[in-house]
Design a protein around this ligand. Structure first.
Ligand SMILES: [Mg+2]
Length: 302
């Protein structure tokens, strides 16, 4: 680890208890795909995009009667990119190439082919599900592309309760459409959902637009309720197990209500997210807790 990365991790570790507290009570974790579950920087992918842009761009310019060599255009794209400037703006404003041409170039590159198997990713997602969280995927990229990419990364798409893509909504993130769709499909109130993404504008500010908390990946931000240095750190933020309410019949024939435990100070049973399996020997403790008012969100019984 470089010093910079090490410092980031140190800073994050010191903030972790605060972040964990802020994320208490969440039921659903919605995740962005590109740059969040898939790596943000891939030199081969960048090279493929730049080549596609240069080819499409020179085709367009040739149609306009301008002679532009692909190699020359590729060099200009690279320089723009290295200066940290927007290649799209360079195309649109400097070369007057329409957006449809640029999008066509992006879409012609099969991004998923550049991904490698990520043996750490599936276990962390499975861990979150094991703890009782519902996962969702919300990406501006087409669903077919997400599925191919997940396959390449070694992630079973079934791990997500649902997916939201451009086919489901009119406008991409940061518009509210995708975030509202997440609420609709989850059936949860906004305060029980959190959005995890690598883009401050598209993911974090987008989610904030409808009052949803955001976790930023790879960067420090005060606009997010929490941030993680890497996606692999996510399980450390969501440590609480989730409980739902069930009744069980005690040996004495008495029904003991189980507890919907979102803010419990004490864990008195183990749950899988749908059911809570409570040791009946703890029944007295449950009764005490029910009467003590330690659950600020109240207790629901089903
Ligand atoms: Mg992203």
């Amino acid at each position: 680890m470089t010093n910079e990365r090490e410092n980031l991790h140190q800073e994050w570790k010191s903030l972790l208890p605060l972040f964990q507290k802020r994320l208490r009570g969440k039921m659903l974790i919605a995740l962005d795909f590109d740059g969040t579950l898939s790596p943000a920087n891939n030199p081969q992918f960048d090279e493929a995009i730049q080549t596609a842009l240069a080819v499409r761009g020179s085709e367009f310019l040739r149609e306009q009667g301008e002679i532009v060599e692909v190699e020359g255009l590729k060099r200009e794209i690279r320089e723009t990119y290295l200066r940290g400037e927007s290649v799209t703006i360079f195309f649109q404003e400097k070369l007057r190439i329409p957006r449809s041409f640029i999008e066509g170039a992006y879409n012609s590159v099969e991004k998923w082919r550049f991904l490698k198997r990520d043996s750490e990713l599936m276990p962390i997602l499975a861990e979150l599900v094991e703890r009782g969280y519902q996962l969702a995927l919300a990406s501006n990229s087409p669903e077919e592309e997400n599925l191919l990419a997940l396959g390449q990364l070694g992630v079973n798409p079934e791990i997500f309760s649902f997916k939201v893509n451009m086919k489901d909504v009119k406008r991409s993130k940061p518009y509210p459409d995708m975030f509202e769709k997440i609420l609709e499909l989850s059936g949860l109130p906004v305060e029980e959902c959190v959005f995890v993404g690598d883009s401050l504008t598209k993911d974090i500010q987008g989610a904030k637009g409808i009052g949803m908390d955001g976790v930023l990946v790879g960067e420090v931000s005060d606009e997010a309720v929490a941030w993680v240095p890497q996606i692999y750190d996510l399980p450390q933020l969501f440590v609480q197990k989730r409980f739902q309410v069930v009744f069980v019949e005690g040996e004495s024939g008495v029904s003991y209500p189980h507890v919907k435990d979102t803010q419990a100070r004490e864990i008195i049973g183990l749950g899988n997210g749908n059911e809570l399996f409570l040791d009946l020997r703890e029944a007295e403790k449950v009764a005490t807790l029910l009467n003590s008012g330690v659950f600020p969100n109240g207790i629901s019984l089903e």
